[in-house]
Design a protein. Structure first.
Length: 361
């Protein structure tokens, strides 16, 4: 069936919208993709909502969070209509939309995860059935609620020699390991682009370190790096997951702009290496998706530390910018078919679980 996936990540840079054809199992055919950047005002509003949500002990109504949810619904509806128009596809031909919404706080240790965005609102706005709230059922069952992309990664690498690992470098990093027998292991690795982006924006006003140029001009501070790697997250056995705000740029304060960027980039690379060392076996290939694959300095640091050559997913013919959105389209189809989207080896839930709430127009 035709399915649309929508993803707005913790980097708050915009919406990824993908149209695919899939059966929710082994058949996947990407059809169209577009990225829709947030305005500076929208980005600031979402960042403020995220900061506010982190002060709550549980999800609850708040005018600012309600307004953020309305912004997410509105911008995602526009993204769907633009994607359909560019693809030349009628809404009536699309069976389902996978709507991730925007994570404002992720606290599986407290038994909750919070994504704003209302699937029923989007269903009415587009005339298409929507699957949303993908994470809550897993968290309610004792899982981490993340990462969720491993089931899609497994479909993409089905024809490759295994074991293989897929590393997603978004605001937070996560890794999927597909064993020789098809077994799935996945977990968050640590901050990926999130801290680097926050540092560069604070120091230079830019949104990210284009081509890793700022980090390349600096020198990493080993004392700061060692201290950051002492965070208790790295002592936890997987599966495990993070909120983007579990780490901050505070340890790098006082460093020159370039040295701070180099240190935080090295921190991401070191956290990836630590994650690879925890996998059941050494993967034969390390395939990299997400925005971080565009940072050659980060990829070089990862390769130098872990001894594997990071391969940008585009080299395999995949659209590395579209993969998360495609994954939520794929999982929406699985939800309609009653197939699981999370597994003991990926989120820590006791059994494979279907997830998502279905809203019909």
């Amino acid at each position: 069936m035709l399915a649309i996936g929508l993803m707005s990540g913790t980097s708050l840079d915009g919406i990824d919208a993908a149209l695919i054809e899939t059966d929710g199992e082994g058949m996947v055919r990407p059809i169209a993709f577009r990225g829709e950047a947030y305005s500076d005002a929208a980005r600031a509003q979402l960042a403020a909502a995220t900061t506010l949500a982190l002060t709550f002990d549980r999800p609850r109504a708040s005018p600012d969070l309600v307004a953020a949810g309305e912004l997410i619904d509105r911008t995602h509806a526009f993204a769907v209509h633009k994607l359909l128009r560019e693809a030349g596809v009628e809404a009536a031909a699309v069976e389902v939309i996978g709507y991730h919404g925007q994570t404002v706080a992720h606290r599986p240790d407290r038994g909750w995860t919070w994504q704003v965005g209302d699937g029923a609102v989007l269903a009415r706005a587009t005339g298409i059935t929507v699957v949303s709230d993908f994470r809550s059922a897993d968290v309610a069952a004792g899982g981490q609620g993340a990462p969720l992309l491993p089931v899609y990664h497994a479909a993409l690498v089905a024809a490759l020699e295994r074991p293989v690992a897929v590393l997603n470098l978004g605001g937070v990093g996560n890794i999927t390991y597909v064993g020789a027998d098809g077994a799935l292991v996945a977990f968050d690795t640590g901050p990926a682009n999130g801290l680097i982006d926050s540092w560069v924006e604070a120091e230079t006003g830019a949104r990210f370190d284009a081509d890793g140029a700022l980090a390349a001009a600096g020198r990493g501070d080993e004392a700061v790096l060692t201290g950051m790697l002492d965070h208790p997250f790295f002592d936890l056995a997987p599966p495990k997951s993070l909120d983007r705000n579990d780490f901050t740029i505070q340890p790098a304060r006082g460093l020159a702009a370039a040295d701070g960027a180099a240190t935080l980039t090295a921190f991401t690379a070191a956290s990836v290496t630590e994650a690879i060392d925890r996998l059941p076996a050494r993967p034969k290939r390390l395939i990299v998706a997400g925005g971080g694959r565009h940072n050659p300095v980060l990829l070089r640091m990862i390769g130098d530390r872990c001894g594997l050559r990071p391969e940008p997913s585009d080299a395999l013919g995949w659209n590395g910018d579209a993969m998360e959105a495609e994954g939520f389209a794929y999982m929406a189809v699985r939800t309609l078919r009653g197939l699981p989207i999370s597994f003991p080896g990926t989120t820590g839930a006791a059994a494979p679980l279907a997830g998502g709430v279905i809203s019909r127009p």
